[in-house]
Ligand binder design. Structure first.
Ligand code: DX5
Ligand code: ZN
Length: 231
C-alpha cells in the first residue's frame, strides 16, 4: 500500500492473529486470506500499557514475508514514538497509536506518515471522542476499542456503537474520508450493528481464530458485514 492509496470503500476485514496459534502464524495468515481478509491485524502489547505481552518488530518482519495483504499494526504500548520506526521498517502498512499515552499526538501522526505508513489513532472505551477532534483532518483512520485492550475473546461494550457514529461524524465534518475501525468482541452478533453505525474496518480475533475453520469463519463474518452495508 503506497502512502497515497486510499483505504478504500466497502468492508475491510482485519483478522487479529492474537487469537491464533503463535507457533503457526503463517498458516493462520494464509487461512485468513483465503477467507477474504483484507488486512492482518497485529496486536503489539508491552505489559505496561496493557496487562499482556505479545510481539515485536521481528515477528512483524516475518509476517510481512508471508502476508499478501497489508499489515495493520496496533500498538498498545506506553512509548509508541520509540517504536514506530522499527515497526515501519519491519513492514507495517498501517500503525495505530493510543491517544491516552501521547501528549504530542499531532507530532506522532506526522512521524508515522513521514515513514510512508498509514497513521491511525485509537480510543479506549473510556476515552472521549473529543480527544481526537484537533487531529481529525490529519489521521488516515480512527480505531474505536470496543473492549478494554489487552486480551482477545472479551465481550463487546455496547456503548461503542454510538461512539463509532460519533467518530464518523467528526471525520465527515473535517472532510476526512478515512475509515473508522473497530476492535473487540466483533462476531456474527455484533458485526451488523457496528457496520450500520459506520465502521468499515473490522478487527476480529476470537470469532475467526477461535473457530475450528478460520477460513470459513472469516468468510461468513465478512459476508455478514457486507450484508449490513447501506444499500
Ligand atoms: C484487544 C486487541 C484486539 C483483539 C480482539 O486488546 O486489540 O485486536 O485481538 O480480539 P477479539 O476479536 O477476540 O475481541
Ligand atoms: Zn487490536
Amino acid at each position: 500500500m503506497s502512502p497515497s492509496t486510499p483505504l478504500g470503500a466497502g468492508i475491510l476485514l482485519a483478522p487479529s492473529i492474537l487469537s491464533a496459534d503463535f507457533a503457526r502464524l503463517g498458516d493462520a495468515v494464509a487461512a485468513a486470506e483465503r477467507g477474504g481478509a483484507d488486512l492482518i491485524h497485529v496486536d503489539v502489547m508491552d505489559g505496561h500499557f496493557v496487562p499482556n505481552i505479545t510481539i515485536g518488530p521481528p515477528v512483524v518482519k516475518s509476517l510481512k514475508k508471508v502476508a499478501t495483504v497489508p499489515l495493520d499494526v496496533h500498538l498498545m504500548i506506553t512509548d509508541p514514538d520509540k517504536y514506530i520506526g522499527p515497526f515501519a521498517e519491519a513492514g507495517a502498512a498501517m500503525i495505530s497509536v493510543h491517544v491516552e499515552v501521547l501528549p504530542h499526538l499531532h507530532r506522532t501522526i506526522q512521524a508515522i506518515k513521514a515513514l510512508g505508513v498509514k497513521a491511525g489513532v485509537v480510543l479506549n472505551p473510556s476515552t472521549p471522542v473529543v480527544d481526537i477532534s484537533e487531529v481529525a483532518s490529519d489521521v488516515d483512520f480512527v480505531l474505536v476499542m470496543s473492549v478494554n485492550p489487552g486480551f482477545g475473546g472479551q465481550s463487546f461494550i455496547p456503548r461503542s456503537e454510538s461512539k463509532v457514529a460519533e467518530v464518523r461524524a467528526l471525520l465527515d465534518r473535517a472532510g476526512n474520508k478515512g475509515l473508522v475501525e473497530i476492535d473487540g468482541g466483533i462476531d456474527m452478533t455484533t458485526v451488523g450493528r457496528v457496520v450500520k453505525a459506520g465502521a468499515r474496518m473490522l478487527v476480529a480475533g476470537n470469532a475467526i481464530f477461535g473457530k475450528p475453520d478460520p477460513e470459513k469463519a472469516a468468510r461468513e463474518l465478512k459476508a455478514a458485514a457486507m450484508a449490513a452495508l447501506p444499500k
